[in-house]
Design a protein around this ligand. Structure first.
Ligand code: ZN
Length: 420
């Protein structure tokens, strides 16, 4: 496995000023007691052993100005700051209402007051590359360079990578040992190291010798961006590679001839079976209109969607269909249309998925659709600036060699250098 990572502060405005002072040793003037709510315990219960009845009601009223005391979940962290005097005096109480917000409660001459404290975040950039041995999941999970990122954040990053390339690659069936990836991921990180938001700025996946690149483009800077290839064409395609977004395995591929396990005869299998647990959501792979829906003796609960340019898709054996849809319903790509089941002629839970072009069955795994819409001409100038920047960040990362990146941009954005 080849891997490496560099943490970089991307924007000068995010760089905190650090003043280093010589240490002063003194006995602590305060003691902080950290409690957490247990099951069925209210904040009132927690305060009842700490404050008199009057202060208890005041503190709850003060908290209510910032957050709902009823919504506090078991595990909510409550910090009490006491003086070291005898008897100790409660200085303030801090309730962590969610990862990004804490409410500080403090006594004043006119009773308890509250203030909302937002957790500060810094923006950093994670550069990483690796070779795939079994799966993208396995490779990114075990990437030594990503050790500073917790498992939940790493899982989000992997889902993001899969989303970026979901129109071009089926991550289960088409990934090969020796494929490799590299990506530049920008995130907002809290002081405890957890991530608030993150998205990929640029990524490359080399799949069976074919290089796929995706570059984030957000012309309005409002976070509602999307991905384009280096030529400025959207990575989106008319059809997704897979109707199932979660983990699955292919139990039966596309063949022109196979032995049917129930009918005990040799028949063509004009689709792909995606084994998945009952209830796994099934996504429409493209925009279209439902032309058939209901029970079929072989396909069980099934849906057929008609798309543009003579394409149809079929989804079978579902346990149930999504509510509120019927023949004639307009469907968008990625809409949930039903749930995996084993209705009709099925030996186990799976989704039977078919694609037809003008009535002719096609293997969904090998159909390659033309590139998506290009960058709108009005946005072209912004695209040129953003794409050059994001591609240069990616090109910093050379597979198989030490990472030594220094990227300087005219507008003051800089990076650190680092080696693997
Ligand atoms: Zn099938």
């Amino acid at each position: 496995m080849i891997s490496g990572v560099v943490l970089v502060l991307l924007s000068t405005k995010d760089v905190p000023t650090v003043v280093i002072r010589s240490p002063i040793y003194a006995s602590p003037a305060e003691r902080i007691e950290v409690l957490s709510l247990i099951q069925n315990q209210t904040l009132g219960d927690l305060f009842s052993g700490v404050l008199d009845a009057n202060s208890q009601s005041e503190i709850i009223i003060a908290l209510r100005q910032q957050a709902s005391p009823r919504r506090m979940r078991p595990g909510t962290e409550v910090s009490l700051r006491w003086t070291q005097r005898d008897p100790p005096v409660l200085r303030d109480v801090t309730v962590k209402v969610n990862p990004d917000e804490r409410v500080r409660l403090f006594p004043t001459v006119s009773g308890w007051k509250s203030e909302l404290l937002r957790t500060p975040v810094i923006t950093d950039t994670v550069w990483s590359a690796g070779e795939i041995e079994t799966s993208l999941w396995e490779s990114v999970y075990s990437n030594q360079g990503l050790q500073d990122m917790n498992m939940n954040d790493r899982a989000e990053l992997i889902l993001e990578l899969e989303k970026v390339f979901q129109w071009q690659v089926d991550f289960l069936r088409q990934i090969r040992s020796g494929d490799f990836y590299r990506f530049v991921f920008e995130r907002e990180v809290r002081p405890d190291g957890t991530m608030r938001t993150g998205h990929i700025l640029s990524a490359e996946l080399v799949n069976r010798g074919r290089s796929l690149k995706a570059i984030w483009f957000d012309p309005n800077g409002d976070g509602n961006g999307t991905y384009y290839d280096p030529d400025g064409n959207s990575v989106r395609r008319a059809f997704l590679k897979s109707p199932i977004a979660l983990r699955y395995r292919i139990s039966s591929g596309f063949t022109s001839n196979r032995f049917h396990p129930i009918l005990k005869t040799w028949r063509a299998h004009r689709g792909v079976d995606f084994a998945a647990s009952i209830g796994t959501p099934v996504r429409a792979t493209g925009n279209g209109v439902i032309v058939r829906l209901g029970k079929d003796s072989a396909l069980g609960n099934m849906i057929e969607i008609q798309h543009s340019n003579g394409w149809n898709t079929r989804y079978g054996h579902m346990s149930r269909l999504a509510s509120g849809i019927g023949v004639g319903s307009r469907i968008q790509q990625e809409d949930i249309i039903g749930y995996v089941g084993m209705t009709g002629l099925a030996t186990g839970p799976h989704l039977h998925y078919e694609m037809r072009s003008h009535g002719n069955p096609k293997d969904p795994m090998s159909v390659d659709f033309p590139a998506g819409d290009p960058i709108p001409s009005d946005d072209w100038e912004i695209w040129e600036v953003q794409s050059i920047k994001n591609l240069r960040l990616l090109d910093c990362l050379q597979i198989g060699s030490n990472i030594n990146c220094t990227v300087k941009f005219e507008d003051g954005i800089k990076s650190d250098t680092g080696t693997r």
